[in-house]
Design a protein around this ligand. Structure first.
Ligand code: FES
Ligand code: MG
Length: 576
C-alpha cells in the first residue's frame, strides 16, 4: 500500500523555488514570519467575525489569540482573516439580508487563499450559518469555535433573558405594569458581559446545532463567553484543527445526512429556534445533503422539549452549561433511540462516544425524558391553501389552547401598516382573530425580517389577552414566543396566497393535523389573484438587487439560487 500523501493545498502557494512561491512567501514575510513558517506545515485560516458592530462577537480578538496558541503548539501556521460580521442587534432592515453575503465572503476567501484547514469563529445568530455555509461549500477540514453566551441577565433579583426580556417588558409596559425606571435598569441588566444572547434564541440554538452536527468540540455550545473554559476550548480547537488537516478529516465527513438528522432532533429537545429550519436546510444543500421541511416535521415528532430555557421555559444558558449542557441532551436522545450514534465528530470520535457518560447535574434545567418541559418539542410544518410550500410553528413556545382554532383574519400589508393601526382603539379585532402580516418574506422585505411575533393590540392586552394566532411570511426572533405561524411559502411578494387574504376571511389552524386553511373557495381566490400585482421592493444597492432577484423561499433555505452546490476545491490559476 502506498503511503504517499497528497501534497497540502498550501504547498501550491508556498512550496518550491518558483517565482510565484517566492512572491507569496516574501509578502507574508513583511509580518516577520521566519522561513520555516512555509516549510509545508498546515496553514490554518482563523475566520474571525470580530466587530464592534456585532457586540455578541466583540471579544473575538482575544479568543482568536487562544486559537492561534493551539495551532502553533500543534505545529501549524495560523492566519487570521476577517469576514463580514452579520450583526443581529445592529443591522437593519434585518441581519438575514446579509447571511448569504457573508457566506460568499467566507467561501471566496477560502477558495482564493493558501489554507489547509479553517477555524470558524461564530457567535451572534447569523454568524454561525453564514460561516458554516461558506466553509461547507469548500469542504476543507473545519472546526467551529463559538463565542459563548453572555452571563445570565439579572434584574432586581430575577433572571432576565436576552430578547425574551424585550418582548415581556414591552408587553408589560403596554399593560401599564412597567415604568421607565425599570426599563432603564433592564437595558443594562440584560447585557452583563461579552457573548451572545443567553436565552435559547437563534445564537444558542445554532451553537447547539453545530455541536449536534459534530462540527465543534463537545460542550462548545454552552460555555459562557467569559468562563475560562471558553478560552481553553478555543486553544484545544486550535490544536485539533492541525490534526484534522493531517488526517484530512473534512467537513463532508462530518456533515452527513445522519448528522443533520441528529441536529434536527436535538433542536426539538432543546426547544430551539425556528430560524434553525432555514439555516440547516441551506447548510445541507451547500454540502450536498437534500434536507426538506418534511424531514423537520417527521424527525421532530415524538421529541419532547427537555431544556427548560427561555423563551419556552425558565432558565438561561449559564444554567444549561452548569447542568451539563448539550452532551446531556444528546445522551438522552441516544438513550431514547433518537440518535445516529455513529456520526463522526471533529475530535475523531463518534457523537455517542462524546456524550455517553454525560451527567445531568440539574434535572430542573434539563428535564428527564419522561417529565419534559413540553411533550412536543420539534417544529411543526403546516400546509394548506394558505401555505402550499409550508409554514412552521414552534409548539413548545405556543399556547396549546390555540392549536386548533378558527378565527377571522385581520390583515396588515406591511410592518409599517401594522405599527400604524395595531393600537388604534377602533381596529376591529378580538382575541379570536387571526392576525396576518404579509410582504415580510425573503424577497418582499427584503431579507425576511423577524417581525412575525407581532405584539398584540393594546386594548386586548389590557383585557388580559396574552396570546393570539399570528400568521406571516416573516421569521421571528429565536427569543420570541407565542402561537406564531412563520415562513409561509410562497411569500406574498412572490404572489403566494397570503397576498389574497382579506379582512374577515376565516382561517383555520390545526397543528395536530398540520394544516393551515383559508376558508375561501378556489374560484374566489382565482378572482383575487387575477386582480393582484405583487410589488417587489426597490433595490438600493447591487447586493440588494442580486438578493431580491435570486433568494429562494424559506422551504429551500433562503440561499441564492445562483449557488451551484458542492464544488470541489481546486487549486486556483496563477495570479501572475
Ligand atoms: Fe447577537 Fe442575540 S443579538 S446573539
Ligand atoms: Mg434574531
Amino acid at each position: 500500500m502506498s503511503t504517499a500523501k497528497k501534497p497540502r493545498r498550501s504547498a501550491y502557494w508556498y512550496g518550491g523555488r518558483g517565482k510565484s512561491a517566492w512572491m507569496h512567501r516574501s509578502w507574508m514575510k513583511n509580518q516577520g514570519m521566519p522561513e520555516d513558517s512555509f516549510d509545508g506545515r498546515p496553514v490554518i485560516g482563523i475566520c474571525n467575525t470580530w466587530s464592534e458592530l456585532t457586540p455578541c462577537n466583540a471579544h473575538f480578538r482575544d479568543l482568536a489569540e487562544r486559537i492561534k496558541r493551539g495551532v502553533l503548539e500543534a505545529g501549524g501556521l495560523p492566519l487570521e482573516f476577517p469576514v463580514l460580521s452579520v450583526s443581529e442587534s445592529q443591522f437593519r432592515p434585518t441581519a438575514m439580508l446579509f447571511r448569504n453575503l457573508a457566506a460568499m465572503d467566507v467561501e471566496e476567501t477560502i477558495r482564493a487563499a493558501p489554507l489547509d484547514g479553517v477555524v470558524l469563529m461564530a457567535g451572534c445568530d447569523k454568524t454561525t450559518p453564514s460561516l458554516m455555509m461558506g466553509a461547507a461549500s469548500c469542504d476543507l477540514p473545519t472546526i467551529v469555535v463559538s463565542g459563548g453566551p453572555m452571563l445570565n441577565g439579572r434584574l432586581r433579583g430575577k433572571q432576565i433573558g436576552s430578547g425574551t426580556a424585550v418582548w415581556q417588558l414591552f408587553e408589560d409596559r403596554k399593560a401599564g405594569r412597567v415604568d421607565d425606571d425599570l426599563l432603564d435598569e433592564a437595558e443594562q441588566a440584560q447585557s452583563r458581559s461579552p457573548g451572545f444572547c443567553m436565552t435559547m434564541g437563534t445564537a444558542s440554538t445554532m451553537a447547539s446545532m453545530v455541536e449536534a452536527l459534530g462540527a465543534a468540540l463537545p460542550e462548545n455550545a454552552a460555555i459562557p463567553a467569559v468562563d475560562s473554559r471558553r478560552n481553553r476550548i478555543a486553544q484545544l480547537s486550535g490544536r485539533r484543527i492541525v490534526e484534522m488537516v493531517e488526517q484530512d478529516l473534512r467537513l463532508s465527513q462530518i456533515l452527513t445526512r445522519d448528522a443533520f438528522e441528529n441536529a434536527i432532533r436535538a433542536n426539538g429537545a432543546i426547544g430551539g429556534s425556528t430560524n434553525a429550519v432555514i439555516h440547516l436546510i441551506a447548510l445541507a444543500r451547500r454540502i450536498g445533503v437534500d434536507l426538506t421541511l418534511e424531514d423537520w416535521d417527521r424527525l421532530g415528532r415524538g421529541i419532547p422539549a427537555l431544556v427548560d430555557l427561555m423563551p419556552s421555559g425558565r432558565f438561561l444558558m449559564e444554567d444549561f452549561y452548569y447542568a451539563g449542557g448539550l452532551p446531556v441532551v444528546l445522551r438522552a436522545l441516544g438513550e431514547a433511540g433518537h440518535l445516529h450514534k455513529d456520526a463522526l465528530t471533529v475530535n475523531g470520535k463518534t457523537l455517542w462516544d462524546n456524550v455517553r457518560e454525560a451527567e445531568n447535574y440539574n434535572p430542573e434545567v434539563i428535564r428527564p425524558w419522561d417529565a419534559p418541559l413540553a411533550a412536543q418539542g420539534g417544529i411543526a410544518v403546516l400546509r394548506g391553501n394558505l401555505a402550499p410550500r409550508g409554514a412552521v410553528i414552534k409548539p413548545s413556545a405556543a399556547s396549546p389552547e390555540l392549536f386548533a382554532h378558527r378565527g377571522r383574519a385581520v390583515v396588515f400589508d406591511t410592518i409599517e401598516d401594522y405599527h400604524a393601526r395595531i393600537d388604534d382603539p377602533a381596529l376591529e379585532i378580538d382575541a379570536s382573530s387571526a392576525m396576518v402580516l404579509r410582504n415580510c418574506g425573503p424577497r418582499g422585505y427584503p431579507g425576511m425580517a423577524e417581525v412575525g411575533n407581532m405584539a398584540l393590540p393594546r386594548k386586548l392586552v389590557e383585557q388580559g389577552v396574552r396570546d393570539m394566532v399570528r400568521i406571516s411570511d416573516a421569521r421571528m426572533s429565536g427569543t420570541a414566543y407565542g402561537t406564531v405561524i412563520l415562513h409561509a411559502a410562497p411569500e406574498a411578494a412572490e404572489g403566494g396566497p397570503l397576498a389574497l387574504v382579506r379582512d374577515g376571511d376565516m382561517i383555520e389552524l390545526d397543528v395536530e393535523a398540520r394544516s393551515l386553511t383559508l376558508e375561501v373557495d378556489a374560484a374566489e381566490l382565482d378572482r383575487r389573484r387575477a386582480e393582484l400585482t405583487p410589488v417587489l421592493p426597490k433595490a438600493s444597492s447591487a447586493w440588494r438587487r442580486l438578493y431580491i432577484d435570486h433568494v429562494t423561499q424559506a422551504d429551500e433555505g433562503c440561499d441564492l439560487d445562483l449557488h451551484p452546490g458542492p464544488q470541489p476545491l481546486e487549486n486556483p490559476r496563477p495570479s501572475h
